[in-house]
Design a protein around this ligand. Structure first.
Ligand code: 5GP
Ligand code: MN
Length: 347
């Protein structure tokens, strides 16, 4: 199913049963559907299994998980910094979910790097940069939520996975595959989904929460973005979008509102590389997406201090919005041959 090793799980289980009472689950800042779903799914199981579990989300998030009101013991660190630090200091072990670089926890990075007790990483990004005691990392798997499902089974905790936990995990899988449109070619993924649905995961609620909770402003921001702000460069099979602080303010931007915007240019025939630049208070946040063999994680780490998956990565810039976009455009000629080659291969 995944590369999670059952014997390692048994060793962790034995250690946890003897030594660990307090667990903290930590995921990345600006948590997406997979970060939220995998964290809450694991949290529900740890509570059922008798551990004191708390989820610490570094920053606020959109309401894309069904039945969040059914969950207790989770917090947003940016709103309760001291409490978050105390929770981490008091934990016997940390579960790190859905990130590979301490940087991605934002202001909690230092706390994480100072933590000297047991750390368990469950993630599907390449080349984790985090020192761990147990590492369950598999890049071929659709989502951290799918990995968490397999981890739960291999820990012998399947009996503790109830319908709300299963719904959270299905949320993570559905979000990271954009409803089974990418990273969704392995048959094991569908076995995991079948397992979750048989436990009572509510597929309808997942779809509604993820895809049918638009506000009027968000939809109008999307309209404005696609009609006024999308630049297509057919000669490079590339496209980019940029949004200023003022535009975001005009459309009453809330976290998560621009989620998925970067994917739209890839639906244009001939475009295999898309980039999205968004201005916020202290920096420019950038998203990169590609189709086929063009590695955006490498592109981002070389030029925009980021990383991520082969076809979905993020980065940042401390330049102005227009300078960042100009830098991106100036790089395209260097990648022209590669983009042309990958375009021809991808068809
Ligand atoms: P997004 O564009 O949705 O913010 O991020 C896409 C993917 O890129 C995420 O799943 C994550 O793996 C990765 N990512 C985003 N921002 C960063 C970053 O600043 N550094 C690294 N290493 N990865 C990032
Ligand atoms: Mn993920």
């Amino acid at each position: 199913m995944t590369n999670i090793n059952k014997r390692t799980c048994q060793a962790l289980l034995e250690w946890m049963n003897g030594n660990a009472k307090k667990a903290v689950i930590l995921t990345h800042a600006n948590p997406d559907g997979d970060a939220l779903g995998s964290s809450l799914g694991l949290h529900s199981v740890l509570l059922q299994a008798g551990f004191q579990s708390t989820v610490v989300f570094p920053t606020d998030f959109p309401s894309i998980v069904p039945e969040l009101e059914n969950y207790t013991n989770w917090m947003i660190a940016e709103n309760h910094e001291k409490e978050a630090h105390q929770l981490i200091d008091g934990a016997d072990l940390l579960f790190l979910l859905d990130f590979n670089d301490p940087k991605r926890t934002g202001k909690l990075r230092k706390k994480l790097e100072q933590f000297s007790k047991t750390i368990v990483l469950i993630d599907h990004h390449p080349q984790p940069l985090i020192k761990t005691s147990y590492q369950f990392s598999d890049t071929k798997v659709s989502s951290t939520a799918e990995l968490v499902y397999d981890f739960i089974l291999k820990m012998g905790w399947g009996i503790y996975l109830k319908s709300h936990g299963a719904t959270a995990l299905l949320t993570g899988i559905t979000a990271d595959t954009a409803s089974f449109s990418h990273n969704a070619a392995r048959s094991e993924l569908y076995l995991a989904v079948a397992g979750l649905i048989s436990l009572g995961a509510d597929q309808h609620k997942v779809q509604e929460a993820l895809f049918n909770t638009n506000t009027e402003e968000r939809l109008r921001l999307l309209g404005h973005t696609l009609s006024e702000k999308m630049i297509i460069l057919p000669e490079y099979h590339a496209a980019c979008i940029s949004l200023t602080k003022e535009e975001l303010k005009k459309y009453k931007f809330k976290p998560g509102d621009t989620e998925g915007f970067v994917n739209y240019p890839l639906s244009i025939k001939g475009i295999i590389f898309s980039s999205f630049f968004m201005e916020n208070e202290e920096k420019i946040k950038i998203s990169f997406r590609s189709k086929g063999g063009f590695a955006v994680n490498e592109f981002s780490s070389l030029h925009f201090g980021g990383g991520g998956h082969f076809n979905a990565a993020g980065g940042e810039s401390r330049q102005s919005l227009s300078e960042a976009v100009e830098k991106w455009m100036a790089l395209l000629p260097d990648y022209s041959d590669n983009l042309e080659k990958e375009y021809l291969k991808h068809g």
